[in-house]
Structure formats: C-alpha cells, structure tokens
Design a protein around this ligand. Sequence first.
Ligand code: SAM
Ligand code: MD0
Ligand code: SF4
Length: 350
Amino acid sequence: MKAAICQPQMGKEALLGLLSAKSEGERAFVFDAAREARHRAFGNKVFLYGFLYLSTHCRNDCAFCQYRRSNSSLERYRKPLGEMLEAAGRLAADGVHLLDLTLGEDPYYVEPAGFHRLLELVSALKETTGLPIMVSPGVLSAEQLVRLREAGADWYACYQETHNRDLFTRLRLEQDYDRRKRTRLEAAGCGLLAEDGLLTGVGESAEDLADSILDMAREPLDQVRAMSYVPHESTFPSTAGDTLEERRAHELLAIAAMRLVMEDRLIPASLDVDGLEGLAMRLKAGANVVTSIVPSGCGLAGVASKDLDIENQRRSVAAVVRQLGVLGLEPALPGEYRAWVEQRRRGEER
Ligand SMILES: C[S@@+](CC[C@H](N)C(=O)[O-])C[C@H]1O[C@@H](n2cnc3c(N)ncnc32)[C@H](O)[C@@H]1O
Ligand SMILES: C[C@H](CCN)[C@@H](N)C(=O)O
Ligand code: SF4
C-alpha cells in the first residue's frame, strides 16, 4: 500500500486498495498520508464556509433528500431577501471566507421568469458582505450560468452523487446524468469555480468510488467532496454498516483518496452530516474546508441534517475554530482564501 500512496498518478487498482482498507491500522496509514498531502498544499490553514439555505421548495424528487417534492409532510420556507442579508452579515462578521447560497430547484428562483430574483440576491450578498459567493441551485442553462457569473457569483456547486449511471438513476429520479455533468462543465467554462460531490452509504461499491474519483480528477474542478448519506423517514434506509465507524468508512476513505489524487483541490469536512462531533474525523482524513456553518436564530436549515447543531451554536465559527485548535489547525486569513480563489481562476484561464 505504501508504494501506491507514493505514486503521484494513482491508478485504479491502487486507489481501490486504499478505498477498501479494512483494519484500523490500514486506515490510519491512509489518513496519515492524506494529512501529509494536505500539509504540503495548504500547511495548517483551513477555510470556513457559511451556509445559507434560501428555499426548501424543490421540483425534483431525489430519493435521498428530505426536501424531495413528494415529501408532503415537510414544512417548507422561502426566505425574504432582507433576512438572507441579515444572516449573511452575521456570518461575515463571524469571519467565514465564503457564503454558499443553496436552494432546492425552486421554480420561483430557477425558472427563466424568476431567475432575476436569484441574480438580485447574489449581487446583494456580494455587495453587502464583499465575500466570495458560491451558488448551489441545481441544473441551469448555459445562459443562466453566464448571468450568475456576471451577477458576482464565484463558484457553482452541483453534485453528481455517483459516476455510476445506474446508481445515479436510482438516486436522482427522472434526472439526466449527462445534463447534470454538462452544467458543471459549462460553469467551469464560463469562469465559475466548480465543485462536484459524492454520496456514500447509498449502495456504492469501492470500485464506484474509485471510478468517481478518477473521473473527478480529469475534470476542471476546484472543490470535490464526499458526504455520508443521512437517512430520513421520507427517504430510503442507509446501505452502510451497523456501527458509526462502518457507516462513515466510505466517506472518510473517499476524502483521503481524493486528497491523495487531487492534492491541491479544496475538500470539505461538512458539519451537515454529524454536526460538530464529526468535524475532527473528517479533518483527520485530509479535508481542508469546514462547510455548513449556519447562523442560529435565523430559522435557516441544513440539507442532510435539517436542525442538527444549529440552534445550540455548534455550527458556528467560534465552535469550529476551537476544534481546529485542538487538531493543530487554524483558520486561514481572509486574504489567503481570496488569493487561492484568484490563483485558481488564473490557472483555469491559461
Ligand atoms: C447542494 S444541495 C442543494 C442544491 C440543489 N438542490 C441540488 O440538489 O444540486 C444538495 C446536496 O446535498 C446532499 N444531500 C441531500 N440530501 C442528503 C442526505 N439525506 N444525506 C446526505 N447528503 C444529502 C447531496 O449531495 C445533494 O447534492
Ligand atoms: C450540502 C451543502 C453544500 C451545498 N453546496 C451544505 N449543507 C454542506 O454540507 O456544505
Ligand atoms: S438534492 Fe436538491 S434537487 Fe434533489 S430533492 Fe434535494 S433539494 Fe431537490
């Protein structure tokens, strides 16, 4: 395994070996190597992303998501612009490096007649906070992506969940695999930084993960993620193991493998799966961005976990920074994040 880890261009067999690590010792070895790779690329600096869930209405019916259209028991919201700006102002004052504006595929915002509303919000967030903005609105047209960039968006996030087409069909019901992938590539083509992501615990094999990671490595992506599936009453049961350790194994190994294959990309440790409790294990696996920091008292939800750790302020900058300290890590300076974004953008224009 050691030889495999030392290869700069890891092949599928070597990657499969890492992703299938079973014993504690083997896994610790993979995580150690991933942390070393992170240290080479980012030192001990970690980026912090604030999360703003604008609308929980959605026209899609993803099998894994509690916000799926067919979940009629869910109370949904659409936040007014003023409340979004207030929440964003709080996150900015607390010191996040970026605002992730996320929404269900809500026709009110994403269909052509309503798209100007999303653009207005992006511009207002940019103007009032001055922070880089990521937008996670689902599939858009090429023209909408250009307008998003012109309105001031810096990033476009859209997760394939899996690069196994059969599994995709069972997860993102009635959605087009190629269209989703194309939207992300078009976003990268029009000057937006781009993120792809995987779901684990949804019936994927280690080989599926290896294929996904190799696919991601070939694409013009700036951030790549893996998140464990969080089952809900309105969604299907998890296919992962009985213990928490087993249920998280694929996610943590995928984080480490992505770090080893794509050393210099951003890789999230999301607070949306296990809250603050799960932060250390994800950072120890090689992640370098803490995502899903949500301000309390604003009535805003998470995605995988709707309420977890929000009102008790454990999804706050202060709580995260304390955890970073324990792990010998520290939040990057705002200028360091901006410099990374600018350098990445220049790299892609070349
Ligand atoms: C980016 S957000 C919403 C933006 C937009 N509606 C979309 O689906 O692209 C949705 C992501 O959260 C993750 N997610 C949703 N439900 C989840 C769950 N129950 N457990 C874990 N992750 C989940 C999935 O990776 C999904 O792509
Ligand atoms: C899944 C979300 C990200 C959308 N770009 C967010 N809850 C997160 O975990 O970072
Ligand atoms: S993952 Fe996104 S598109 Fe799918 S149901 Fe949830 S909010 Fe809608």
